[in-house]
Design a protein around this ligand. Structure first.
Ligand SMILES: Cc1ncc(COP(=O)(O)OP(=O)(O)O)c(N)n1
Ligand SMILES: Cc1nc(C(=O)O)sc1CCOP(=O)(O)O
Ligand SMILES: [Mg+2]
Length: 202
């Protein structure tokens, strides 16, 4: 199944339950700073909510809990990758997405034969401090020439910027602030789904 072009990222299952009725088909649960019992329970709940809505669930960081719950994907950053058991994730038939920010990180990611590669930050992001300057659109084209799997673009992406990001070669755009900080996150999610609809029908 191809990756949906719209890839929202949420911090908990309350957000997930809020956005799923809009019709999202791919979502990442990115939990930070919660005790392990809360993390495990949230991942199980997310799995059940997503299964009911026929939405693919990506679990960020917590690969063991993703295996236990039977998530669709695990997303790993470079540090996560160093400590994850890729064999165990694959044996559980869970697909793997990997973050990249530089040529060196792309080499490391490709050695793990990922199911998608994420490149970021494409634009400046307010969400998290990172040592990398914005990658810009040209880098998307350069990554696309190097990889055979789908490419996810992340960082500061808005609907206005998305068309350029897709035109540069991204298969999917991952989005946090543009939705979560919006006055009406559900309406914004619906706007994202409409502006990516033509890509979904290809
Ligand atoms: C789709 C996507 N791309 C990049 C990231 C960032 O992953 P990582 O570098 O491990 O940082 P954290 O999100 O864990 O803080 C992501 N989560 N999703
Ligand atoms: C979590 C994260 N990872 C990034 C990377 O480049 O790896 S950019 C990013 C934040 C993306 O959020 P927003 O849509 O709010 O900019
Ligand atoms: Mg991580």
């Amino acid at each position: 199944m191809p990756l949906d072009p719209f890839y929202p990222i949420v911090p908990d299952t309350r957000w997930l339950a809020r956005l799923l009725p809009a019709g999202i088909k791919l979502v990442q649960l990115r939990i930070k700073d919660e005790p392990s019992d809360v993390v495990a329970a949230e991942i199980v709940k997310a799995r059940d909510l997503c299964a009911k809505a026929r939405c693919q669930l990506v679990v960020n960081d917590y690969w063991r809990e993703a295996i236990d719950a039977g998530a669709d994907f695990v997303h790993l950053g470079q540090e996560d990758l160093a400590s994850a058991d890729l064999g165990a994730i694959r044996r559980a038939k869970i697909r793997i997405g990997i973050s990249t920010h530089s040529e060196e990180e792309l080499e490391t990611a490709l050695a793990a034969a990922p199911d998608y590669v994420a490149l970021g930050p494409i634009y400046p992001t307010l969400l998290k401090k990172m040592p990398w300057a914005p990658q810009g659109l040209d880098r998307i084209g350069a990554w696309n020439e190097r990889i055979a799997c789908p490419l996810v673009a992340i960082g500061g992406i808005t609907p206005e910027r998305a068309q350029g990001v897709f035109a540069a070669g991204a298969d999917s755009v991952a989005v946090i602030t543009d939705i979560l900080a919006h006055d009406d996150p559900v309406r914004r999610t619906e706007a994202w789904l409409s502006c990516t609809q033509s890509l979904r029908e290809r």
